[in-house]
Design a protein around this ligand. Structure first.
Ligand code: AMP
Ligand code: GLY
Length: 446
């Protein structure tokens, strides 16, 4: 099987190494990829092709020329731009939803309406495309006591959600999102949403339009600093443990949320195919719907959730992914098993990341690491994934915000955590930064 993966980060490294180790996979081209990925397997090669919407001509013709069997789309933007539609029109199998179905992530207004229509539990909300009306409506919200969440409807690269108890920040955010030309979030609509309380977890499914299989559950740490302080980032680390969520909670999520999403999307004429990443809040003090509500949908795998979960997946992943792309999950008889081990992933960033105010990050430094950490098989206990790196004559240097990440598997989360910190301390580059408390959440729940 010849596979192409779109993307360049740690998520795409995790996907490519895991697929490369399967005997039936002969070649993996990552567009554009990063040089750290190539060390995992000589089947993995980076290629550079312009990815230009809406026709994606260059991409489609290259896929035909290379006789690619399956394209897997890593990030959300090409999906929102219709890359799956273009590839399918050219007869190329693609794992990733159509432009219409990708609105589950690219339009929060669409996602909320969808959940309301098919009775999927989610936070109460109001939608607005007019600043004055939104500010008027805000007066009726008990912001100071109950809090409020303001969300730009469109894709915003992690900058489109503000969670606050401050009325003045809520007012400023509404103005910035809808009226301020200098605000980098570009949206015509926003939603005001009830603030949910509880514990967050994300569920990952592989959907083929009619059926699905689960790829596991993970909790990420989005804030830069320990104790969930500091600015939001793309994700500073993540963990997965069979201890959480419980079997009952998983059953509810799979039957009442993933299955109902699959059925609802099909009934609305846009069958969903690809990875589905559902962000959830669980309030264990509530009985109704097991206290579970959907915070958001994403139409792709998470980064760093992929680096946490994919090393735990056993079975022929390439067959399952191709079957999902072709709508044949049920017929393909390619069950994927999930290891009962726990897994933790710690991200190492460049100094100055996430540089929200544009201050330059500390880049261009030599990375010191042991090559025997590079992933070569599933369930390998220690796996190093690269993201923002460049190759030079003397080795890899850091060129991006999130530079690399270390995944460690163990029988318990505590052991995984201890070993992950022992390993990450051995990796270094100038001004490198990582959080010291990844995995802390699970025991806070007891
Ligand atoms: P999103 O971009 O939708 O993932 O939101 C980013 C983060 O904001 C989530 O991971 C939550 O931590 C938080 N968040 C979003 N919506 C809510 C909500 N209704 N209540 C509480 N926190 C929320
Ligand atoms: N880790 C969150 C995301 O991939 O969106």
């Amino acid at each position: 099987m010849r596979i192409v993966i779109l993307g360049s980060g740690g998520r795409e490294h995790a996907l490519s190494y895991r697929l490369a180790m399967e005997h039936n996979v002969s070649q993996i081209n990552v567009i554009p990829g990063n040089p750290g990925m190539m060390y995992s397997s000589d089947k993995i090669k980076s290629i550079s092709i312009p990815i230009i919407k809406p026709e994606f001509h260059d991409l489609c013709s290259k896929m035909k020329e290379l006789q690619i069997d399956l394209v897997i789309v890593g990030p959300e933007q090409p999906l929102a731009d219709g890359v799956s539609n273009a590839l399918e029109k050219n007869g190329i199998s693609v794992l990733g939803p159509s432009k219409d179905a990708a609105r589950l992530e690219s339009s929060k207004v669409f996602a909320k309406k969808f959940m309301k229509t098919v009775s999927i539990p989610t936070a109460k909300y109001e939608e607005f495309n007019n600043c004055e009306k939104a500010l008027d409506a805000l007066q009726l919200w008990d912001v100071e006591n109950k809090g409020i969440v303001i969300k730009a409807s469109s894709l915003a690269g992690g900058k489109g959600v503000v969670v606050t108890h401050s009325r003045s920040l809520a007012q400023k955010t509404i103005f910035d999102f809808l009226e301020n030309p200098e605000c980098t979030v570009n949206t015509k609509e926003l939603i005001l949403e009830e603030m949910l309380y509880g514990k967050e977890v994300s569920a990952f499914g592989l959907l083929d339009g009619n059926n699905f299989i689960m790829l596991g559950y993970a909790c990420d740490h989005k804030r830069l600093l320990d104790d969930d302080k500091g600015p939001n980032t793309g994700g500073m680390g993540c963990y997965s443990s069979h201890e959480w969520p419980s079997i009952d909670q998983r059953t509810f999520i799979e039957e009442q949320i993933i299955q109902q999403t699959l059925i609802g999307m099909k009934e609305q004429g846009m069958p969903y195919k690809g990875f589905l990443f559902v962000g959830l809040m669980i309030d264990e003090s509530k009985k109704n719907n097991n206290g579970i509500k959907v915070i958001e949908y994403n139409v792709r795998f998470g980064d760093p959730e992929a680096q946490t979960l994919l090393p735990l997946v056993l079975g022929r992943m390439s067959d399952a992914f191709l079957a999902a792309a072709k709508g044949e999950l049920k017929e393909s008889h390619t069950p994927l098993a999930l290891s009962s081990k726990s897994s933790i992933h710690i991200v190492m960033t460049s100094g100055g990341y996430p540089s929200i105010d544009g201050t330059p990050m500390s880049l261009g430094h030599q990375i010191t690491y042991s090559k025997n950490l590079l992933p070569t098989r599933p369930l390998q206990e220690k796996q190093l994934f690269f993201a923002g790196v460049k190759s030079t004559e003397t080795g890899l240097i850091n060129t991006g915000g999130r530079v690399l990440g270390m995944t460690v598997l163990a029988d318990t989360l505590d052991n995984a955590k201890e070993n992950a910190y022992l390993e990450i301390e051995k990796i270094s580059f100038k001004d490198a930064f990582y959080r010291k408390d990844i995995g802390r959440g699970i025991h806070d729940y007891d």
